[in-house]
Write a protein that binds this ligand. Structure first.
Ligand code: GDP
Length: 296
């Protein structure tokens, strides 16, 4: 499992679970992500919630949970294609009025291939045409047998629209999280993935990084694919300036020389010379691969 660092087990410490939300189009992924962010992020903080940086964290019973908030398969698959697991837990949104659909099956296949456990958020239960029992039977048919029927899948009825069932969903996430070995070494080698990145007129290259292991600090030299640079400034999803970011923390960073691809792995290097060397080698390899291609 890529999200668990190859570190001396003695130095591993529990870290927040990283959760991604998958499901069929229009089943409520975006609405659910918003509902979660609104229910728990701002607790005790006036007007705390703001930026969309591709990931956020909420607190439930004093514990943090990290959500990737680029809904759909794109970010998850991009990470997987680069060897990262993508997430510790998948929340599969299934609309109770629509049931299991093609993209539901696709999401299940993705999660299984990555060996990531699935929690079902049975959404839209507020709708008069919702049919939770029928949907649960469909889920059982595709191998997600609800625990109330003796299976292993936690199915949490929710209404993302009415913000109902959100606490139960967070509770289920922590429960599943406790059954997994979600750990990292906050003092170990610093690495993680690029969640998203873009060029900003005022700030230059802006990238959201998710730290898997170690602690990322402002001033660190980062390489992501062929992008590199010294982190000039670092912010959390509330737009607050950060000096340090430990395992499972999403941060927006400034200072890379080009826009890295989403899903790309990043690593911290001891100095700029070493980082440049790594990048130059990669550029050379890329060029050689191009030259090796047969001409059309
Ligand atoms: P996505 O494509 O999976 O991200 O789905 P959206 O979050 O965009 O939701 C699709 C539509 O379903 C929107 O019109 C939402 O307002 C609606 N919707 C989402 N969740 C609920 C819910 O719990 N109840 C009801 N009645 N509508 C919902």
């Amino acid at each position: 499992r890529q999200l668990i660092a190859k570190e001396d087990p003695r130095f591993l410490q529990p870290r927040p679970p990283v959760v991604t939300i998958l499901g069929h189009v229009d089943h409520g992924k975006t609405t659910l992500l918003d509902a979660i962010r609104h229910t728990n992020v701002a607790a005790g903080e006036a007007g705390g919630i703001t930026q969309h940086i591709g990931a956020y964290q909420v607190e439930h019973k004093g514990r943090l949970i990290t959500f990737l908030d680029t809904p759909g398969h794109a970010a998850f698959t991009a990470m997987r294609s680069r060897g990262a697991q993508g997430a510790d837990i998948v929340v599969l949104v299934v609309a109770a009025n629509d049931g299991v659909m093609p993209q539901t099956r696709e999401a299940i296949a993705h999660a299984r291939a990555a060996r990531v456990p699935i929690i079902v958020a049975l959404n839209k239960i507020d709708r008069p045409d919702a049919n939770p029992d029928f949907t649960k039977r469909q889920l059982a048919e595709v191998g997600l047998v609800p625990d109330e029927w003796g299976g292993n899948t936690i199915v949490v009825p929710v209404s993302a629209k009415l913000k109902q069932g959100i606490e139960d969903l967070l509770e289920a996430i922590l429960l599943v999280s406790d059954s997994l070995d979600i750990k990292a070494n906050p003092n170990g080698q610093v690495f993680g993935t690029v969640i998203e990145a873009k060029i900003d007129r005022a700030r230059g290259v802006v990238a959201t990084l998710l730290v898997y292991n170690g602690t990322l600090e402002a001033g660190d030299i980062v390489v992501a694919g062929t992008a590199y640079g010294r982190i000039r400034a670092m912010f959390d999803f509330r737009g607050r300036k950060l000096r340090k970011a430990g395992p499972s923390t999403p941060v927006q960073v400034m200072g890379l020389n080009e826009v890295p691809d989403a899903g790309e792995l990043f690593r911290v290097y001891a100095n700029e010379r070493e980082a440049r060397q790594v990048v130059e080698e990669r550029l050379l390899q890329r060029q050689q691969r191009r030259q090796a291609l047969p001409k059309a």
